[in-house]
Design a protein around this ligand. Structure first.
Ligand code: FE2
Length: 148
């Protein structure tokens, strides 16, 4: 990614679980793409933005579900609160998508900035909590069963 990236992965975001880090990188890529989509103000740009929004929503749904399954599997005590954060985010994003599609004023740039802020804060803070739980061996993995 170039210097002009709107949003980019940094190693400090790692939660210490390779598959989750890959999913977070994909989430960041999709947000970057969404930002690029808002740069065009034409009808085609609007169509592209709508598609990028849907791609992001689909991926977020897949990723949150994977994370929640992982937290459940390791018996992470912060799961209910973490789940609530996910749900509130999805609710807000779906509301914005609905408003955008029904022609109501949502400013693509504001939407994408909100995404960047939420995703980076969530990855850098909230997701670290289950990462620490796993890596500090608070969860002892029995057998060689994969984590996710
Ligand atoms: Fe999360």
């Amino acid at each position: 990614m170039g210097e002009d990236s709107f949003i980019a992965w940094k190693d400090i975001y790692s939660v210490g679980i390779a598959q989750i880090d890959e999913q977070h990188q994909e989430l960041i890529n999709l947000t970057q793409r969404l930002h690029q989509a808002c740069l065009g103000g034409t009808e085609a740009g609007r169509f592209y933005f709508k598609k990028a929004m849907h791609d992001l929503v689909n991926y977020v749904t897949f990723h949150f579900s994977a994370e929640e399954k992982l937290m459940e599997k390791i018996g992470f005590p912060g799961l209910p609160e973490h789940k609530r954060e996910h749900e509130n985010f999805v609710k807000k994003v779906l509301m914005d998508v609905k408003n955008f599609e029904s022609g109501k004023a949502i400013v693509p740039n504001t939407f994408v900035r909100y995404l960047r802020q939420w995703i980076l804060t969530h990855i850098a803070q909230t997701d670290q909590q289950y990462g620490i739980y796993v890596t500090q061996s608070l969860y002892k993995q029995g057998s060689d069963e994969p984590l996710i």
